[in-house]
Design a protein around this ligand. Structure first.
Ligand code: 5GP
Length: 126
């Protein structure tokens, strides 16, 4: 089964510079920018620069350098926000909504970093 990537998705347009964004960090393999509709005091999206629709797509087809670069960028953003545990920060929630059941709106892999307040339980009843 092949993965289907739509090059006209909003984050692909952001990567091509066709839509502006509030960049937090840009590296060789990743771009991090503030969510347009923040759901916490700090709400940052981190995307790989490659054309991957989901985390499983990325895990299956990205090169080792892309994977390391992307994961390191996630860690660097947490550090920049001062919420990483290595800096004794107060922590964060990382979310990767995926597909129909995960209610993914933008079909380009992204993790949300939500931080800056107590976020409660992950899901009701868990
Ligand atoms: P998803 O539901 O796919 O996990 O989340 C997509 C996220 O992208 C949402 O939180 C939404 O607010 C954000 N978003 C959608 N369009 C844009 C945009 O043009 N710019 C930015 N910065 N965020 C966007």
């Amino acid at each position: 089964m092949a993965y289907n990537y739509d090059p006209e998705n909003i984050f692909a347009k952001i990567l091509r510079g066709e839509i502006p964004n509030d960049t937090v960090l840009e590296t060789e393999h990743a771009l991090a920018f503030r969510d347009i509709a923040p759901q916490a005091p700090n709400h940052v999206l981190i995307i790989p620069k490659g054309a991957y629709v989901s985390f499983d797509h990325f895990a299956a087809e990205a090169g080792a350098d892309e994977i390391v670069g992307y994961i390191r960028a996630v860690g660097a953003v947490c550090k920049m926000l001062g919420v990483d545990l290595g800096s004794d920060g107060d922590g964060y929630r990382m979310i990767a909504n995926t597909g129909k059941n995960g209610v993914q709106d933008v079909p380009h892999l992204h993790v949300h970093i939500l931080a800056g307040k107590f976020l409660g339980r992950m899901l009701p009843n868990i």
